[in-house]
Ligand binder design. Structure first.
Ligand SMILES: [Zn+2]
Length: 178
């Protein structure tokens, strides 16, 4: 296994920066929306929470399945996952196979291209998880929609080219090493 990059510790909270807010989404449930035009590179979201191992994450998922709760996590390093606080606004964020935001560091998401005011902000979930068991059907309506999103999509050469370094660190390392 590739050793993980040393990561700075996350902050305790998740925040949307002022140009983003939560509202109803035509994709699914709630979503995140731009409140102003966002030039490419504008920071829209900062993630925080606590870091746990893969084993701890699976325990959290099992507990959540029993209690009906929902746990939101993302992979940040080898055997290292960020558990979002229950009130994180990012939990409303939807996936797109042609997202308008992406990662620039372990805890920060920025506009991938110029985004219009009112546009829904989306991330490609393939860029946030290395969980080989993750599978989600997708009907995001992007011309490049893959039909389903999985924890193995980081292996797709088209996505590796399309997203360059804009993955969570563990996936960026794997792609660099593959
Ligand atoms: Zn899709």
């Amino acid at each position: 296994m590739t050793p993980s990059l040393p990561l700075p510790p996350p902050g305790p909270d998740c925040r949307l920066t002022p140009p983003a807010r939560v509202d109803r989404s035509p994709i699914e449930g709630d979503g995140l929306f731009a409140t102003a035009p966002l030039p490419a590179g504008t920071v829209v979201s900062r993630f925080g929470g606590r870091l746990v191992s893969d084993a701890e994450q699976h325990r959290l998922f099992a507990d959540a399945a029993r209690s009906g709760a929902y746990v939101d996590t993302l992979s940040v390093g080898a055997d290292l996952n960020l558990v979002l606080p229950p009130d994180a606004p990012q939990r409303a964020g939807n996936h797109s196979c042609d997202p308008n935001t992406w990662w620039v560091d372990p805890y920060t998401v920025v506009a991938r291209r110029d985004v219009a005011a009112g546009e829904e902000l989306t991330l490609d979930y393939a860029t946030i998880t290395d969980d080989p068991d993750f599978v989600m059907p997708c009907s995001c309506r992007a011309p490049s929609c893959r039909g389903r999103v999985t924890g193995r999509d980081w292996r797709l050469p088209t996505l590796q080219v399309e997203y360059g370094p804009h993955w969570v660190p563990v996936l960026r390392e794997r792609i660099a090493g593959s």
